[in-house]
Design a protein around this ligand. Structure first.
Ligand code: AR6
Length: 172
């Protein structure tokens, strides 16, 4: 086991070629807005069909915050989608460990799949309201510290300000 190299890029996760891309999903696993909606639109109905099978099986109660599970990637230029559920940001409760869990568990699932390149969005920073700089710090610290067979982790940031926030946190 080793540590993955980390690459920061600005772009659209649904157009990213990687063995696996990570979806910032919700516990229903049945789609939503943001990057989740974009993944299901671009990937086609096969991803949702597999999510429904997960809900009919081991994930009858949904996917818990911080956990991760994989499906195929439909028409996306990836082999797998690893769905994880970020925490909703709270001003009163420290939920950082749950956001770290999303990254650790996504990498664990990637290892189980044999994925060598994994692309993440900035989990929880959209609809779930996490301040970008703080989410970037947690995401980068967690991936840097996680033992994995994944060789490269890409953070695919949607806009220039998100990329800048990640660059400000990255070790030089
Ligand atoms: N490529 C890369 N990043 C993107 C893309 C894209 N195509 N689209 C959005 N982002 P969000 P969350 C960025 O809201 O905060 C859904 O309804 C976006 O700018 O997608 O974890 C789920 O079903 C932001 O920086 O996820 C859940 O209910 C980041 O992706 C809920 O939203 C995450 O924003 C999850 O909320």
């Amino acid at each position: 086991m080793a540590r993955a190299s980390i690459t920061l890029i600005q772009g659209d996760l649904t157009r990213t070629s990687a063995d696996a891309i990570v979806n910032a999903a919700n516990s229903s696993l049945l789609g939503g807005g943001g990057v989740d909606g974009a993944i299901h639109r671009a990937g086609g109905p096969e991803i949702l069909a597999q999510c429904r099978r997960l809900r009919a099986g081991h994930y009858g109660g949904g996917l818990r915050t911080g956990q991760a599970v994989a499906t195929g990637a439909g028409r996306l230029p990836a082999r797998w989608v690893i769905h994880t559920v970020g925490p909703v940001y709270s001003r009163t409760e420290d939920r950082s460990e749950l956001l770290a869990d999303c990254h650790r568990n996504a990498l664990r699932v990637a290892d189980e799949l044999g994925a060598r390149t994994v692309a993440f969005p900035a989990i929880s920073t959209g609809i779930f309201g996490w301040p970008m700089a703080d989410a970037a710090r947690i995401a980068l610290a967690t991936v840097s510290a996680t033992e994995t067979e994944v060789r490269e982790v890409l953070f695919v940031l949607y806009d220039a300000s998100a990329l800048a926030a990640f660059q400000d946190c990255a070790p030089s």
